[in-house]
Design a protein around this ligand. Structure first.
Ligand SMILES: O=P(O)(O)OP(=O)(O)OP(=O)(O)OC[C@H]1O[C@@H](n2cnc3c(O)ncnc32)[C@H](O)[C@@H]1O
Ligand SMILES: [Ca+2]
Length: 470
């Protein structure tokens, strides 16, 4: 080979090597570009209702944070599955509509490998019904209050992408119909082992405080509170329950067993009489009456929330979801100071029932009549129970969803059962995205310059050759 072609060969070799390196890096960096999805189904059989959640995630990225998303949710018509205790077959049948929706939403070839989890009170007929669908039924489990709190915490922190960053985490506040949970990373020592839970996620250790108060969900708290008022009224005749937590003009006949029909109010004596539930619409009296369901006089630890339960001082930001959100959002009270919230609520509670119904003709009257009680209960629980103050009230974010996914325990539960959050941090891409783009840019630039040089060299050598001929 002529010596003058040597530089050309070297240039061409350099270009070839450069192109090969670029191709290899692109392939490694963008490997799972085509998206195949996998699915999981979780049934949340709560005290007041059942919901079916469908989650999806790219098949190749199971161990990456922020990847699992809620694809679809379906609310089962009717009440919670426990209301079917006299007709257990009915509970399974009630799921039919939502499970058929799941069949539609999930591609058929994925059905056999899609896990279905039921978090609830085990009911054989419900399990039997779920087995008849093409999905991979994983069995039913009773979720403990502690798990409800902990999985709710995992869900909100997974969705907020807090778990792989050194930034702080978000505490979780869940208010259901029967129970309520508080979960957060405390600043001080956890004095009771029942309230402590440890996780290792993506290489970080988390030491959480969690507690679940059974009977302090909003439906049971209403019964507790009405039960206490009724006890002192039972002797009057005719029985009239004058209730400051319901609007003036509200008047509904009820039976005493309606209030005492749950294990939460079992200790109160049962009578078989009718009474008239009469609203007074007095917010401060309402709060006084609600305070009576929290026992703050006993505590064998350095500090307690209520009923003798240890609780460190609340710390950091909190996401408050389920009924915390439903109620505060309906009343437009999600972004005011504590003082303004109280003022607005006092005005709302004293609004005549007739006017409330007139303003909201489409809202279910059971919910509508209870918003004054529910919001007053929420304020009292957060302030007197959990010890939030006017200073840290703004740290509570009332949320329904993060991105497209609902806040609640179901996502955290599925992530845990499918081992989708590893204890150790998963492998990172070859280089961070920004670095990758910069690298590719300069490499492309280098190749262009080389090409230009080759062109110039050839151009020159051809002209020299032409001159030589002449
Ligand atoms: O966790 P548990 O205690 O088992 O209860 P749940 O799971 O059935 O409870 P939810 O979070 O679904 O609902 C909490 C409460 O909020 C009520 N609720 C649901 N939607 C509501 C709305 O739009 N307005 C007011 N209340 C609502 C519901 O009846 C319950 O009393
Ligand atoms: Ca719940």
């Amino acid at each position: 080979m002529e010596r003058r072609y040597m530089p050309v060969v070297i240039f061409l070799a350099a270009i070839t090597v450069g192109i090969i390196i670029m191709v290899v890096i692109s392939v490694v960096q963008n490997k799972p570009l085509y998206q195949k999805y996998k699915y999981g189904i979780v049934l949340d059989a709560g005290s007041s209702h059942t919901s079916v959640f469908i989650y999806e995630w790219p098949a190749e990225k199971e161990n990456n944070t922020g990847m699992v998303q809620q694809k679809h949710t379906c609310n089962v018509k009717g009440k919670g599955i426990s209301s079917y205790s006299a007709n257990p077959q009915g509970a399974g049948a009630s799921l039919q509509e939502c499970m058929n929706e799941a069949k539609q939403k999930i591609p058929a070839h994925r059905h056999p490998e899609t896990p279905v989890y039921l978090g609830a009170t085990v009911l054989d007929s419900v399990a039997l019904s779920l087995k008849s669908y093409p999905f991979s039924y994983q069995g039913a489990r009773i979720i403990s209050g502690q798990e409800e709190g902990a999985f709710g915490w995992i869900t909100v922190n997974y969705l907020s992408e807090n778990l792989r960053k050194p930034t702080g985490t978000l505490g979780a506040l869940d208010l259901g119909g029967a129970s309520t949970q508080i979960t957060f990373v405390p600043q001080q020592k956890i004095e009771s082992s029942d309230n402590s839970i440890d996780f290792r996620l993506y290489g970080n250790n988390y030491h959480l405080y969690t507690h679940s108060f059974l009977c302090y969900g909003k439906d049971q708290a209403l019964k507790l509170s009405m039960g206490k008022k009724l006890e002192s009224t039972l002797k009057t005749d005719p029985i009239e329950l004058r209730d400051p937590c319901f609007h003036p003009g509200y008047k509904v006949p009820r039976t005493v067993p309606d209030v005492f029909n749950t294990p939460c109010t079992k200790e109160l004596k049962l009578a078989n009489e009718n009474f008239l539930h009469v609203g007074l619409g007095n917010w401060s009296q309402c709060q006084q009456s609600i305070r009576k369901v929290f026992n703050t006089s006993i505590c064998s630890y350095s500090k307690c929330s209520f009923n003798g339960v240890f609780q460190p001082s609340v710390y950091g930001d909190f996401g408050a979801f389920s009924a915390f959100f439903f109620v505060m959002d309906f009343l437009n009270l999600t972004s005011d100071s504590l003082a303004t919230t109280k003022e607005k609520l006092a005005a709302y509670c004293s609004t005549p029932w007739e006017k409330i119904v007139g303003n909201h003709p489409k809202i279910d009257q059971k919910y509508l009549s209870e918003y004054c009680f529910s919001a007053t209960y929420i304020l009292t629980l957060l302030e007197d129970g959990y010890k939030f103050t006017s200073n840290n009230w703004k740290d509570i974010r009332f949320i329904k969803k993060i991105g497209d996914s609902d806040a609640g325990w179901t996502l955290g539960y599925m992530l845990n059962l499918t081992n989708m959050i590893p204890a150790e941090a998963p492998d990172m891409p070859l280089m961070p995205y920004g670095g990758y783009v910069t690298f590719m840019f300069f490499f492309a630039l280098l190749i262009l310059v080389l090409l230009l040089l080759v062109y110039l060299y050839f151009h020159r050598s051809t002209r020299t050759a032409q001159k030589d001929i002449i």
